[in-house]
Design a binder for this molecule. Structure first.
Ligand code: FAD
Length: 328
């Protein structure tokens, strides 16, 4: 049976919140290009832009530089990925504090992966799971700012303290097709529930290639008591080389029809079109199925993700920017 074309523009609405993921650049030239990419992504008014963190802290300063750029040059909330593999309690504490000192209030708490080739039974560090890092982030924030200062009405200059109302946002990872270490899919739901109990208020999924993988996972998570929003993570993949690399990194198998279509298409522009059309269709299907937003993996390029955004009817970037400017 021929697949039916979902009406992408109808499935998505202008209110569907967007978010994007970037990784820290490795060269000065890449950093300059990334600044331009961030500016273009900011034009579509995403709920947040997240920045990955090299396992073991290898990219700490570069991640922080990108997060500061977002904080200082856009109105978008920066979200810092943090990993805990290999950290002692004191190191993890200091790391969280350093990011909070820089003004970061949104985190994606991750366990991270031990270096390739390391002993799988070796201890991971003082914090063994993302759930423990979630708890640590909340604790450090609570220790830093347990109270808010509020003005006393009718008494100029006086202030009183009240318990802080602005909570730190802590997101976590979720795996619709199962974490590579997971024995079965129910285990992934249990782990997500444990992260929610630890204080996570948002989940972002690993990429997936079939809407039913995401929608089925959300259904099982809800049945198990997970109430936090679960954002679908989607990456427009426009070359077969990148698709092969992603499959190797994540272990998530793409549909053979898509992999073959990319492989046999000789024209790069037509390959790009295949990747964007596939991502837009997948996004439209999960939004139609109730996804609370859309998290797009950018690979540090704005073109493909903004094409997806536009195709979903979420607004051409320049139009949205103009509308916002005239509304001010
Ligand atoms: P956890 O939730 O701690 O769990 C991972 C697995 O460990 C579980 O599925 C389970 O098998 C096992 N496990 C956990 N808790 C227990 C327990 N109590 N008992 C028994 N087993 C348990 N990596 C980076 O290095 N940097 C990044 O910036 C980064 N960003 C990511 C962003 C997203 C959206 C996603 C989906 C992944 C990202 N990763 C990143 C990869 C991630 O670090 C790895 O997938 C890692 O293997 C798992 O991390 P986690 O936070 O899900 O770990």
């Amino acid at each position: 049976m021929a697949p039916t074309e979902p009406d992408t523009a109808v499935a998505a609405t202008r209110r569907t919140p967007l978010s994007f993921e970037l990784y820290p650049p490795r060269t000065d030239a890449a950093a300059i290009a990334l600044g331009r990419t961030i500016d273009r992504l900011a034009d579509v008014d995403p709920a947040f832009i997240s920045v990955t963190f090299g396992a073991g802290g290898s990219s700490r300063d570069r991640s922080l530089t990108v997060l500061r750029y977002i904080l200082e040059n856009t109105t978008v909330e920066p979200m810092a990925h943090l990993t805990c593999v290999g950290s002692s309690h004191a190191e993890a504490n200091e790391l969280v504090r350093k990011f909070q000192d820089a003004g970061i209030r949104s985190f994606l708490a991750l366990r991270g992966d031990p270096p390739a080739g390391s002993d799988p039974d070796a201890p991971l560090g003082d914090l063994a799971s993302a759930a423990e890092l979630v708890q640590l982030i909340h604790r450090v924030q609570q220790e830093r700012e347990p109270f808010d200062q509020v003005a006393v009405e009718g008494n100029p200059g006086a202030s009183r303290i009240r318990e802080r109302t602005r909570k730190t946002e802590v997101a976590v990872a979720a795996f619709p097709t199962g974490h590579p270490q997971s024995r079965d899919l129910s285990r992934d739901v249990d782990i997500l529930l444990a992260k929610q109990v630890a204080g996570a208020n948002l989940a972002i999924t690993q990429l997936f290639w079939e809407a039913s993988d995401y929608l089925g996972f959300v259904e099982r998570a809800r049945a198990a008591g997970v109430t936090i929003p679960i954002l679908p993570g989607i990456m427009p993949t426009t070359t077969s080389k990148r698709l092969a690399r992603l499959t190797e990194l994540t272990g998530v198998q793409p549909p053979a029809s898509f992999a073959i279509a990319l492989e046999v298409e000789p024209d790069p522009a037509a390959q790009t079109e295949l990747g964007i059309a596939f991502a837009a269709r997948l996004a439209a299907e999960v939004i139609a199925g109730g996804a609370p937003g859309l998290h797009l993996y950018t690979y540090n390029r704005h073109e493909a993700v903004l094409d997806v955004v536009e195709r979903l009817g979420l607004g051409a970037p320049h139009q949205l920017a103009n509308e916002r400017n005239t509304a001010r």
